[in-house]
Design a protein around this ligand. Structure first.
Ligand SMILES: Cc1cc2nc3c(=O)[nH]c(=O)nc-3n(C[C@H](O)[C@H](O)[C@H](O)COP(=O)(O)OP(=O)(O)OC[C@H]3O[C@@H](n4cnc5c(N)ncnc54)[C@H](O)[C@@H]3O)c2cc1C
Length: 284
């Protein structure tokens, strides 16, 4: 399939990119790795008149430690997350989950900023960044702002970003010592999640402190399993506590059925893979 005709700009600074977005309004679209946008353009589900490529803007691809926070540039590809020893130590869940996205080609080109900005409810990164309590840094004509992931993802392919804003960085609190796991239920290893469950749990003296549990592809955005989180807080980390809490993972969910999974099957999967993710995170 061939996309509709479009113009192409490759600005060399963020200010220039923001100014292009201001001039062209809804007719312009940022392109990062292109692995979500180009398929949409080829199917003619998107037909931007102008693509604004971020690839030539310096200093947008990095992974840095900054106090207790890991800062990741928006143009950092999945492969760099997967391969970062520092990230594997400081935020293992993000490094591991990056290795579960698509196939090697997708991971070579797709970027964390693109995945976050795209706000696909079936995407892995929105769930992971939310479960980790991440924040998204965006720059626009009025300067920079920082948006917690819980507020950033709003609806299907809809985020708190305005059309003139660019995601520049994703910040994740370092979580060394936490229990973490992502279960991605899919037909083949390269597929998208039919349902995913991300868990980030703090522990002390055999008890669960704070539990963060977020699900992929069971609603219009990453869905926080609040009932599970509440059921676990303060509990002794035991198989029974996990089993009982995970039974509540489908509370408040109303997922749409799709080709490979009915609504009921997705609700069943939400309970089962939440239990598996909790068991793995807590070493049970
Ligand atoms: C075969 C295939 C398999 C895949 N499998 C998976 C999978 O298993 N799991 C998964 O989560 N994803 C999967 N993906 C999607 C992939 O992860 C995308 O790369 C990612 O979702 C988007 O990142 P990108 O850099 O390619 O963004 P692009 O496609 O370039 O952009 C996506 C959207 O975000 C906007 N955007 C991009 N960067 C910014 C920015 N910095 N600021 C503001 N807006 C921005 C663009 O305007 C566009 O609307 C798959 C894709 C393909 C082609």
């Amino acid at each position: 399939m061939i996309p509709a005709a479009f113009d192409y700009a490759a600005p060399t600074s963020l200010d220039e990119a923001i100014s292009l977005l201001q001039q062209h309004g809804d007719d312009a679209k940022i392109i990062a790795g292109g692995h979500s946008l180009l398929p949409l353009m080829k199917l003619r589900l998107a037909a931007p008149a102008l693509l604004v490529d971020l690839a030539r803007i310096p200093n947008l691809s990095y992974i840095r430690e900054d106090g207790g926070t890991v800062a990741i540039g928006a143009m950092t590809p999945y492969v760099a997350l997967e391969d970062s020893d520092m990230l594997r130590r400081r935020v293992p869940l993000l490094a591991e989950a990056a290795g579960m996205v698509g196939d090697q080609q997708v991971r070579n080109r797709g970027t964390l900023g693109g995945a976050v900005a795209h706000a696909d409810p079936a995407g892995d990164m929105p769930t992971i960044v939310t479960a980790l309590g991440g924040t998204i840094v965006a720059r626009g004509p009025n300067g920079e702002r920082t948006i917690p992931a819980d507020e950033f993802f709003q609806d299907v392919f809809t985020s708190a970003l305005s059309p003139e804003e660019i995601v520049t960085e994703i910040r994740i609190p370092a979580t060394e010592g936490a229990g973490q796991n992502y279960q991605k239920f899919r037909r083949r290893s390269i597929d998208w999640a039919i349902v995913g469950a991300a868990v980030n749990v703090t522990r002390s003296n055999g008890s669960i402190g704070r539990a963060s549990v977020v699900l992929t592809n069971v609603g219009p955005k990453p869905m926080r399993a609040s009932a599970v989180e509440q059921a676990l807080a303060g509990q002794t980390a035991s198989s029974d506590a996990v089993r009982q809490a995970a039974e509540q993972a489908d509370q408040g969910l109303d997922p749409s059925g799709e080709l490979y999974a009915s609504r009921e099957y997705k609700l069943h999967l939400a309970r089962v893979i939440t239990r598996r993710a909790l068991q793995a995170a807590l070493g049970l």
